[in-house]
Design a protein around this ligand. Sequence first.
Ligand SMILES: [Zn+2]
Length: 267
Amino acid sequence: MDKTNLKNKKQDGYLKQQIKSGDFASFMLFVGQKGTGKYKAVEDFAGAILCDNGSGEPCLICANCKLVASGNHPDFLKLGGEGTIKIAEIRELQKSLYLKPYQASHKVAIIEDAHLMTEESANAMLKVLEEPPENSIIILTSPDKKLLPETIVSRSQIVNFGTAGVLQKTQDSEEVYADVMNILDEKPVYEKMAMVQKYSKEKPLSVEFLNVLEGILREAILGKSNLGSYSEKKIIGVLELVEKSREYLKSNLSCKFVLENLILNVG
Ligand SMILES: [Zn+2]
């Protein structure tokens, strides 16, 4: 087991300790599914870094906390969370990270669903990690570290959220990974339909399923994993289906319909 694979309570203490000491890892990876409290922990941690108070949590009354709450803090940068993360977005982030903080002592960047960076984006991010900008903290989030290039994972301080939270009752990220691999396997469609039902119960589960699926397909395109009989054309076709499924979910079609439709089209 990874030594940084801390339980949630310990993580909380660990993150607060970092803020109190002012000694931050400049590059962190928060791993865990949606619903495990990962994203809230990231936001609180970022807010606490920016806060003037330095107590380990956002005081909510200082100028920095007020700017964070208004969504307009110039040193708080966020991207991702809406599918593929394109090179232009990483370049823009890169530019602002190398500038001095305007308002707080540090700049904090969150890249949500970092496994959805394109290959170009991941390479650009790696360059940033190799020459870390001063006074900047970059936090990546992902449902599973296996979905990210090893070169990125090995440079980051990992904070694991995969072991607790609401979603844990039904599955953990290893299980989602295994289920997605089964969906891509040559199994009868009715078996795949049955398997996908548990991800139809709540929207965050469906989104998680799609995110892990997209991560695996991207790895296969980059030649990092092998999807057996899948040609590149077929992989791209499924990636398009994932994108379409996300749009359907956004327009509030039922999760059950969206996932079943995906399975029927994947075949
Ligand atoms: Zn504050």
